[in-house]
Design a protein around this ligand. Structure first.
Ligand SMILES: Nc1ncnc2c1ncn2[C@@H]1O[C@H](COP(=O)(O)OP(=O)(O)OP(=O)(O)O)[C@@H](O)[C@H]1O
Ligand SMILES: [Mg+2]
Length: 339
């Protein structure tokens, strides 16, 4: 549905040239929810804004539904853009227009005949759960409600693609959940392809099918969300995942550990997470294992377990335990030798 080939974007500023996107190639399938993650300045918004040519790429190709947008005339681009909706962190609503007028504005701009506008607005407000707010002004709405107006407006012209630039970053966790649920519903019911930028792996975990990680304008890792969580390769990817999955052990707990032991972080992937591996480990191995922390996450219904355990025994026994866990397909990392 979306194909970026060697996308490169530089900005000319008074202080010189700034590279926003550095040769990014990426394919996003129809109906997919694709996340782009990175720290501030990584180039996420630049990539997103190049997908609808809000930002003109310095070089490279941007194809949406098989059409290279960089080759279109101004009018061709205007039409192509109607098939690409966009929502923003700070909503960008028109303060002087009501909810209904904000949505109608997008339809008028696309040339919809007047009699069809109001029924379509009402349909959209129903879809996003705001039918009762039609005559209110943005200032009278909560952040979550404003984002729902943004979504209704973005969907007005029945786009095939929805670009989301940090759509939940200004919202509290509960409202975030409700907006993510709405995006999921839209993806499922309308078959919309969604590209979503975020700096929160939590959002990726809850919503996305695939994810790409950006650093300094470059795309450094991408893949199926579960695989990236279960087997992150790049240090930055590991860092992002740690924020979403990791748990810090309090110092008080470290202080109490047995000096003869080791602290292992054990990752149980897929169905291994649902097997009695720890029981088998302890049975007859001679080691003692003390679970310090543990959690099984479900990412798109697939379990990913992370357990931190202190194991004590002689070094051969501990090595045997690590071998056993690896043999069962677990990821094992020695976090610390306690002594
Ligand atoms: N209009 C512009 N003019 C000059 N430089 C720009 C412009 N837009 C972006 N940049 C620069 O390009 C780089 C990437 O910016 P971009 O906004 O794409 O990052 P981002 O990942 O979206 O960051 P954030 O999380 O803060 O939104 C940064 O160094 C930024 O300063
Ligand atoms: Mg940005």
């Amino acid at each position: 549905m979306i194909q970026l080939v060697d996308l490169y974007k530089e900005y000319k500023t008074k202080k010189g040239t700034v590279i926003g996107v550095d040769r990014v190639s990426l394919t996003i399938g129809k109906g997919e929810i694709f996340g782009i993650v990175g720290y501030s300045g990584a180039g996420k918004s630049s990539v997103l804004r190049c997908i609808n040519l809000l930002e003109k790429p310095t070089s490279g190709q941007v194809s949406v539904d098989g059409v290279d947008l960089t080759t279109l005339s101004a009018n061709g681009l205007r039409l192509a853009r109607q098939k690409i909706g966009m929502i923003f962190q700070h909503f960008h609503l028109i303060a002087s227009k009501t909810v209904s007028e904000n949505v109608a504005f997008a339809l008028k701009a696309a040339g919809m005949p007047k009699p069809r506008i109001l029924p379509r607005v009402n349909e959209l407000l129903d879809l996003v759960g705001l039918a009762d707010k039609a005559d209110q002004y943005p200032a009278q709405l909560s952040g979550g409600q404003k984002q729902r107006v943004g979504i209704a407006r973005a969907l007005a012209n029945e786009p095939q693609v929805l670009l989301c630039d940090e759509p939940t970053s200004a919202l509290d966790p509960t409202t975030t959940q409700s907006i993510l649920a709405l995006l999921k519903q839209i993806n499922r019911e309308l078959g919309l392809t969604i590209v979503l930028i975020t700096h929160e792996m939590e959002v990726v975990k809850d919503l996305c099918h695939r994810v790409a990680i950006m650093q300094s304008g470059q795309l450094i890792e991408q893949g199926d969300v579960y695989e990236v969580f279960a087997n992150p390769v790049q240090p930055l990817t590991k860092q992002f995942i740690q924020h979403a999955l990791e748990f810090k052990l309090p110092q008080k707990l470290w202080d109490k550990l047995d000096p003869a032991g080791k602290v292992l972080k054990v990752l149980f992937r897929n169905d291994v997470a649902e097997q009695a591996v720890i029981y088998e480990l302890l049975k007859g191995s001679g080691i003692r294992a003390n679970i310090l922390h543990g959690k099984i996450e479900y990412i798109g219904d697939r379990p990913l377990g992370t357990f931190i355990m202190e194991v004590t025994g002689d070094s051969e026994q501990i090595e045997g335990a690590v071998r056993f866990l690896k043999g069962r397909g677990c990821g094992v990392e020695v976090m610390a030798n306690v002594d």
